[in-house]
Design a protein around this ligand. Sequence first.
Ligand code: ADP
Length: 570
Amino acid sequence: QNPPPKQTQHDGNSLVALSLARAGCTHMFGVVGIPVTALATRAVALGIRFIAFHNEQSAGYAASAYGYLTGRPGLLLTVSGPGCVHGLAGLSNAAANAWPAVMIAGSCDQEYFGKGDFQELDQVEAVKPFSKLSVRARDIKDVPRCVFQVLGKAASGRPGGCYLDLPSDVLHQTVSEAEAEQLLVDAEKEVKVEVIEAVGQSEIEKAVSLLRHAERPLIVFGKGAAIARAENGLKKLVETTGIPFLPTPMGKGLLPDTHELAATAARSLAIGKCDVALVVGARLNWLLHFGEPPKWSKDVKFILVDISNEEIELRKPCLGLVGDAAKVVEMINKEIKDDPFCLGKTHPWVEAIGKKASDNVSRMEAQLAKDVVPFNFLTPMRIIRDEILRMGSPAPIVVSEGANTMDVGRSVLVQTEPRTRLDAGTWGTMGVGLGYCIAAAVASPDRLVVAVEGDSGFGFSAMEVETLVRYQLPVVVIVFNNGGVYGGDRRSPEEITGPFKDDPAPTSFVPGAAYHLLIEAFGGKGYLVGTPEELKSALSESFAARKPAVINVTIDPYAGAESGRLQHKN
Ligand code: ADP
């Protein structure tokens, strides 16, 4: 008699990988080690691309940005204890930016928890302040349900980070293939995705009436509109009504910065004087001056479109429209269609915004036109802007961080396509650059990725240039090297006292650091540039090559301002 066919077994690692694959996950970022190395290997075998980083912090930033760019939760895999703590950087960044992400971490053996096990930490509790849902699979049978729960929760409602804890004993338990299949089927049935009801028609009518009767209407949109992929609806709304628009920093590109109704270059006027502001997927937080005077008029009527009812309750706008930005904007467009209105080019408000914007642009262009050497921030930024624009469509994804580098980059670099700008974001997180570059390159393989970073921002995760080279990602990292945080030593002579007065200033790094050589250590391409010609040549060569490169741009250490545009806070 033949023996019964040997049933294939799945251990916990394999069942997690299988559940992720079943849920449609295609990428995972992380650092392997005890007890999750096999999880990464099994995931790869099932067609999930695992991008292995040097540090969980960068991998976590990558996962959060991947969530933003794709709308699907970015996955971060970490080891237990310290790995999980490092990963919190990414999870908290996802929470602060409202981006979908899931951190999956191995944890110590449940039998020894509380007795000082290897890398022991109550991870479920530790991550709670930064996650929408934090769950532990206590048994292998919990695995598929937990995986579907965290993935569903991260992406539903206001997106954010979720956490799945995998004790090492669970990862070593086994189930048969048939049992695994049954668990997956049951979990798929059991876990329901939360559906947000779109706002009612009467609210839409009120919104349209407010916009129709406004004298100085403005449409503001942010990364919530980007994640909702509301760009087509917003374009239609702006173009049928002729209402000027203002993107938030990462909202830039939903409609091209070059659009004639773009109020970016007339921002102060637009927000200071508008009487009705339709704000789509953007919080009235510090980035939008809380929607309060003196930046905004005290009489402005806000219409807020947000997936989160809590956000609407917090801000108490004139009118709140809870729902997905793309759907709500579509409803607004439909309502307008029956009785269209358009401000037109000669409307005083449109003219005022247009004139202010073109005056400011001309003033800025006059500054930008000068070739200043040693480089200030403007000259290299202009050269980079022009080279990026020359790339056409699909436009490169721009990653930007640093104080002056990011501030100047936001005004100078031109975004023409949606979701092509990633920066320090709601949390002002520095050190995100390399992680974001890697996420952007894998999430949008048809696009070149160009990072424009301060040397300080770059330094947080510079070792990840090895990751760029290892995976041969089309990423060009441009480092604005002014020798420190905010640049050179800006202390007054009276501040330089005490026994350690001969130490370098807290803001200083080694002058002339050869960052371009870092990538060469791994076989990538490095450039050191200090003149317009050198920069142009490095950009055109590296953009055409679409291979990992670092361009080390020497900047005058005393150009720019301490703390960039947030000087009042430092
Ligand atoms: P920005 O930094 O661009 O101003 P924020 O991150 O402050 O944007 O705000 C984004 C807002 O968008 C959040 O309040 C979030 O709840 C909301 N949001 C996220 N997804 C959607 C969506 N699909 N539809 C509408 N609003 C969304």
